[in-house]
Design a protein around this ligand. Structure first.
Ligand SMILES: [Zn+2]
Length: 196
């Protein structure tokens, strides 16, 4: 099945819809998950939400959860699929200059939780609970927001347009930063919609 990347250039309203919960009786589900994995592997990204490639269902595929690329190649088995994920609790505050496949060259400095307790279903429908922290929590938080139609630029403190190369260089001097680990998470307000 052919997936098409949705971007704010052509599909901003599409990206802002709220993805629907996955029904495990859905006959298209496994085909969609496999296609999502293919896309994630073939694309330079940390992770992908299904809505970003035209599947408005609550599915997220996580590929890389470290700030730096690993020397080892990421394989299909390394991909983690989370279905119907929920955030049970979150705490702490961090900052990172995030990019997004859907937001082209817009790079936003976003406050994300340092730690989150999450629940989700795996591909077989089994329920799991997991605590994630650090950079991994930033990646998960970004993707979960997509399921609610929220883009990083909506909640960013600052947004700068830069190319992939410029961003790599910029991140050398502006790396992931932990503000605090235990304080209440200060969720950024969502009224900073970027105006092009
Ligand atoms: Zn994104």
């Amino acid at each position: 099945m052919e997936l098409t990347r949705k971007t704010i250039l052509e599909d901003e309203d599409y990206l802002r819809q709220i993805s629907i919960p996955v029904d495990f009786n859905d006959e298209k589900l496994s085909e969609e998950i496999e296609a999502l994995k293919d896309y994630c592997l073939e694309t330079e990204c940390f992770a992908l939400a299904a809505i970003q490639v035209g599947i408005p269902k609550r599915i997220v595929c996580i590929k890389q959860t470290t700030e730096e690329d690993s020397d080892e190649e990421i394989t299909r088995d390394d991909l983690k699929v989370l279905i119907n994920p929920e955030i049970i609790s979150r705490k702490g505050n961090t900052k990172y200059w995030e990019a997004c496949l859907s937001c082209l060259d817009l790079t936003g400095c976003v406050n994300r939780p340092y730690e989150m307790l999450i629940s989700y279903q795996d591909e077989e429908g089994n329920y799991h609970e997991k605590t994630i922290s650090g950079f991994e929590a930033t990646v998960y938080s970004h993707e979960f927001d997509h399921l609610d139609g929220i883009l990083h630029m909506d909640i960013a403190d600052y947004v700068i347009e830069m190319t992939t190369e410029e961003r790599k260089e910029f991140r050398q001097t502006h790396p992931y930063e932990i503000i605090d680990k235990d304080k209440e998470y200060q969720r950024p307000s969502q009224n900073k919609r970027y105006v092009r």
